[in-house]
Design a protein around this ligand. Structure first.
Ligand SMILES: *[C@@H]1O[C@H](CO)[C@@H](O)[C@H](O)[C@H]1NC(C)=O
Ligand SMILES: *[C@@H]1O[C@H](CO)[C@@H](O)[C@H](O)[C@H]1NC(C)=O
Ligand SMILES: *[C@@H]1O[C@H](CO)[C@@H](O)[C@H](O)[C@H]1NC(C)=O
Ligand SMILES: *[C@@H]1O[C@H](CO)[C@@H](O)[C@H](O)[C@H]1NC(C)=O
Ligand SMILES: *[C@@H]1O[C@H](CO)[C@@H](O)[C@H](O)[C@H]1NC(C)=O
Ligand SMILES: *[C@@H]1O[C@H](CO)[C@@H](O)[C@H](O)[C@H]1NC(C)=O
Ligand SMILES: *[C@@H]1O[C@H](CO)[C@@H](O)[C@H](O)[C@H]1NC(C)=O
Ligand SMILES: [Zn+2]
Length: 924
């Protein structure tokens, strides 16, 4: 799956300030949308009536019966499926949208058994002539045993078929069923998405199978290693087009489209869509058919052009990187109005949120464009890594997702070479992973196969550790092995395991085999196990007075107690790259807790470690070396690589939060920013100061903090290089940094800033198409308007918007979390939201297949400012209430929030006075 949560720069920017203004706009738009929707409700019925009997369902206390275990037994192996599905795009007499289906699977018996377990969830079956819910036939002259009994095991989501006698080893059978299910709007399985075009409501039937929803669409052996070929046929009304993983073969019967059989693949990668969408396609000279699909309006206004432009070069880049040709006959990418994740890598038919595939030069920002290209590269990277070769079980999900996240930057850099996009990996993946991985509630990248069993446990793996730490660790590996060896090993891995499944050690083995030139202190397996089998990462402390190097598990909260033992004792094999006073550089492996290394010793040069932050660790130094680094920054900062300027700030602030260095030292790393123009160090500072804003915006420190930031000349710098705001900054990263400059200036009251944004706002109101860059400031302008946040009215209208946010008629389900979090970012909104969520959380989560997917982001968004004992007690009481209920909720997220709140309380009590003093000294 593509990255789960997406908050665009404009929106993220609003989060940083006060969200109310933007919320108004969003709700205004949603209300219009709903009115349109209601106006055009068509009362069509298709009159189909399906006769079924209620299927016997069983729920039993966990026992040792095979059907009470979540994993499939290894007795049966599917070979291929024949599936015909018919989604109804209009509601039936009861007002329900449904689909009907017929499905058969050919499987081979590997071990003698009189039991067939096949996944099936929330489907209603038609009885066969023998009055069973399925029909079994022997193939190749074998006679099939008669069915004794069939039932549905609700908890483990199995259809259980007990046979009168045993299936024979080596023989194949055909299991056939007819069924129907609901085409609901829950964003999972076979679901519906709605939109309005020319005042007419349109319904799209689409799928999201990953990780465990294929079983909600037809009975299947729904585990990633149960790869099979799928022959699919879709029935659909005239005027609609049907798409799936394979190419359309024929649709001569008007209502029916048959697809070429898929490659041998996992169930979670299946996809099909019935819609009135239209497409644009690659020119004939491209040797792969590439089509971009979406709403007619969007495609006709060229919003798919950028995706089409980049897809062919991306596929070519990846073919070359993997040294493996694209395995399918076509590549479809489709943008859906309703979609839960960012995108999904279904093999041959990638599904996207509209925001992740469409780019409209008139209204989209740079960051939106970057998002589009990195999501496309992420999903296309999966076509090989994940789809052609798949993890054996979900416990190795990190390898799939970490890999796609890492490679997405390489491919994006290839298609947009002027952006320096690879540099953004440090902030977007490495430092992002540091943030969650420095908590004791973190977890190792890789889990044991038996630790991830239930669908909920599988869902919870789609987190920052899996994606971002996975990417950071693979980047480190590729850097110390060199990219050519890394890619070479990959090629062998893909070649050997094509169309089958692996565990992560298979990759290490292939990389080890091809490495003959890089000297490593241990096998790749031994080095990497320390990074993936234990949670967290080290802070490496270099004492340049003695040349000693030590490592220590880095925990952001100094008093946190690690209660999970590690086989590696929280020590790592750390590749330390270093640079001395701008000339002398090298690499050294730290393999023990403490070591001594002569070249690190110096009393005149500055020493800098972890060049370009290719290693997944933070660095601390002796006080003298810190002083020498600060001196260098303040005299000629350009001698230090730009990524490391960002690193120095980020490491210093985090070391200070962990009580390892003095907070004033961290603040001093920002002094040189007076001369800094680059985005990366600035972004590092802004990100870290965000914590100061969160903690202090309700205290007396806020004033001096603003005064200090106000003195920065960055706003004037951008005014100069844009000829008084009339031109775009030429470099891509500068365009990003311009946003930092203007937002900080407006936030701190720099002269001319509010006039500027007010002017942009007026221009935008007159003509919303004028300049997408201005669009950003619509949000910032209204978000920062004091009049709004001060008014008493604001509080009552925010309450009203909160009520709206859980009305599915007013806001798309996929956006509920964002909507609530926007409001929480407002100083007034935050307590309202907290009360609201505590009163309504059952309602908020119950509508979703996977409540935890939504609750995680929600809790973090709402509680990030918590810093009082009272708030801590409320949070603990909330946790008890939830624990006592039966709803799906991300409990880890609540644990994290409690841990964070405790740390915030402590941090404020220890640092407030020092921060205040330092800030006052600066303004003297
Ligand atoms: C499944 O469909 C394929 C392709 O249409 C067909 O060749 C095959 O005979 C079908 N299998 C069974 C068991 O009906
Ligand atoms: C399946 O059957 C159950 C029980 O009769 C019913 O509540 C449910 O609505 C049915 N689902 C569909 C999609 O018809
Ligand atoms: C797509 O490519 C065409 C031809 O190179 C170019 O004219 C057009 O501006 C590109 N569109 C986008 C959105 O990048
Ligand atoms: C690609 O793989 C082939 C063998 O499959 C090999 O001969 C060739 O050198 C490889 N090319 C690159 C660029 O690695
Ligand atoms: C560090 O990254 C920069 C790009 O930001 C690159 O030019 C430079 O070669 C890299 N340095 C090392 C030592 O890899
Ligand atoms: C941090 O440095 C400041 C100023 O140098 C000093 O007043 C303070 O005591 C130091 N704090 C700690 C915990 O060392
Ligand atoms: C810059 O733009 C502002 C607003 O349009 C205008 O008032 C000011 O005179 C301009 N300054 C210069 C030096 O062009
Ligand atoms: Zn992915």
């Amino acid at each position: 799956m593509g990255k789960g949560f997406y908050i665009s720069k404009p929106l993220g920017f609003v989060l940083f300030g006060l969200g109310a203004g933007a919320v108004l706009t969003i709700f205004a738009l949603s209300v219009v949308y709903v009115q349109e929707k209601r106006k055009n409700e068509v009362n069509a019925r298709d009159g189909t009536r399906i006769v079924t009997t209620a299927a016997p369902h069983r729920t039993s206390a966990p026992s040792n019966e095979a059907w009470d275990k979540y994993r499939l037994p290894d007795a049966l192996l599917p070979e291929y499926y024949n599936v015909t599905l018919w989604p109804r795009l209009v509601p039936d007499e009861e007002g329900m949208y449904i689909f009907t289906g017929k499905s058969g699977v050919v499987f081979t018996c590997l071990k003698e058994t009189n039991l067939i377990l096949i996944h099936s969830n929330e489907l209603n079956f038609t009885l066969t002539s023998e009055m069973h819910h399925a029909k079994l036939t022997g193939l190749g002259g074998t006679s099939a045993p008669a069915i004794l009994e069939t039932w549905f095991q609700t908890q483990t989501q199995f259809m259980v078929i007990q046979l009168k006698r045993k299936l024979q080893v080596g023989k194949s059978y055909w299991l056939y069923t007819e069924f129907h299910g609901e085409l609901s709007d829950n964003l999972g399985g076979f679901y519906r998405s709605e939109y309005t075009e020319n005042d007419v409501k349109k319904v799209v039937a689409t799928t999201q199978m990953q990780p465990t929803a294929a079983r909600n669409v037809f009975p299947c052996f729904d585990e990633p290693s149960m790869k099979a070929v799928f022959h699919l046929t879709l029935l659909h009304p005239p005027g609609t087009v049907a798409l799936s993983n394979g190419m359309e073969l024929d649709n001569q019967e008007v209502l029916q489209t048959r697809f070429e059989p898929t490659e041998k693949m996992s169930t979670y990668l299946l996809a099909f869509v019935v819609s009135e969408f239209t497409n644009i396609r690659s020119p004939p000279e491209a040797n792969i058919l590439i089509r971009i699909w979406g709403r007619r309006e969007a495609i006709e206004s060229c919003q798919g052009d950028y995706a089409l432009n980049v897809t062919f070069p991306i596929l070519k880049y990846l073919e070359n990187y993997y040294n493996t040709t694209y395995p399918l006959s076509k590549s479809d990418q489709i943008a859906l109005p309703d979609f839960a994740a960012g995108a999904m890598e279904n093999w041959g038919l990638v599904t996207y949120r509209e925001l992740s595939l469409f780019y409209d030069p008139k209204v989209s920002s740079n960051e939106d464009k970057e998002w589009v290209v990195t999501v496309i590269t992420h999903e296309l990277a999966h076509m090989w890594f994940g789809n052609l070769v798949t993890m054996r079980w979900w416990n190795d999900l990190w390898l799939n997702e970490g890999f796609a996240s890492y490679v997405s930057y390489l491919a994006a850099d290839y298609v947009e070479p002027t952006w320096n996009i690879k540099d953004l990996m440090v902030q977007q993946q490495v430092q992002k992973a540091f943030d969650v991985d420095s908590l004791v509630s973190s977890h190792p990248l890789s889990s044991r196969e038996d630790e991830v069993i239930t669908p909920d446990q599988i869902d919870q793996l789609f987190d920052t550790i899996t994606y971002s730490k996975g990417a950071a660790i693979l980047r480190m590996l590729s850097e110390f092995l060199t990219e050519s060896i890394f890619a070479n090993g990959l090629h062998n891995y893909l070649h050997e395991y094509a169309y089958s499944n692996t565990v992560y050690t298979d990759l290490w083995k292939k990389l080890q085999e091809v490495n003959s030139s890089i000297q490593l202190p241990a096998s790749i397996n031994e080095i990497m196990n320390r990074w993936i089998l234990q949670m967290g990462f080290p802070v490496v402390t270099i004492d340049t007075r003695t040349g000693s190097i030590t490592q220590q598990h880095f925990l952001i909260h100094p008093e946190a107690v690690v209660d999970k033992p590690s086989d590696y004792n929280y020590e790592w094999f750390v590749p330390i790259t270093w640079l001395k006073s701008g000339s002398n550089m090298g690499q050294h492996w730290l393999l023990t807790k403490t070591a001594s290394y002569e070249p690190m010793k110096t009393d005149t040069d500055w020493l800098l470690a972890n060049l370009n932050v290719t290693g997944y660790y933070r660095v601390n130094y002796d006080p003298q070396n810190w002083e020498r680094l600060l001196t260098q920054l303040n005299s000629d900062h350009k001698v230090i690589p730009v990524l490391n300027r960002g690193q120095i700030i980020d490491d210093a602030f985090n070391l200070a939060r962990a009580d390892i260095i003095n907070i004033t030292l961290a603040l001093r790393t920002t002094k040189y920013l007076y001369e800094e123009k680059e985005y990366i160090p600035w972004e590092s500072a802004v990100r870290n100061l965000e914590y100061f804003f969160l903690m202090f915006d309700r205290t007396e420190v806020y004033g001096p903090l603003q005064v200090c930031l106000k003195a920065q000349p960055l706003f004037d710098h951008f005014k100069d290089i844009t000829s008084n705001w009339t031109q775009k900054p030429p470099r891509y990263m500068d365009q990003y940094n311009q946003i930092n400059a203007v937002s900080m200036a407006c936030k701190t009251g720099v002269k001319g800033c509010s006039e500027l944004t007010r002017m942009w706002y007026r221009q935008w109101m007159k003509n919303p198409d004028t300049n997408p860059f201005l669009f950003l400031f619509l949000n910032s302008y209204s978000a920062n308007s004091v009049e709004f946040s001060d008014s008493v009215q604001a509080s009552s209208s925010l309450s009203r918007y909160l009520e709206y946010s859980i009305d599915p008629n007013l806001i798309r389900k996929q956006d509920i979390t964002y909507a609530i979090v926007y409001i929480a970012d407002n100083v007034i909104g935050q307590p309202l939201v907290w009360d609201f969520v505590r009163a309504n959380w059952e309602h908020i989560t119950k509508d979703f297949d996977d409540g935890s997917f939504f609750s995680g982001g929600l809790i973090n968004g709402i509680t990030k400012k918590f810093s009082t004992e009272f708030e801590l007690q409320q949070l603990q009481r909330f946790k008890e209430d939830i624990a006592a209920s039966s709803f799906t909720f991300d409990m880890q997220a609540i644990e994290r929030a409690i841990e964070q709140t405790k740390a915030n309380i402590k941090w404020i009590s220890e640092n407030k006075a020092q921060v205040m003093n330092w800030l006052i000294e600066q303004s003297d």
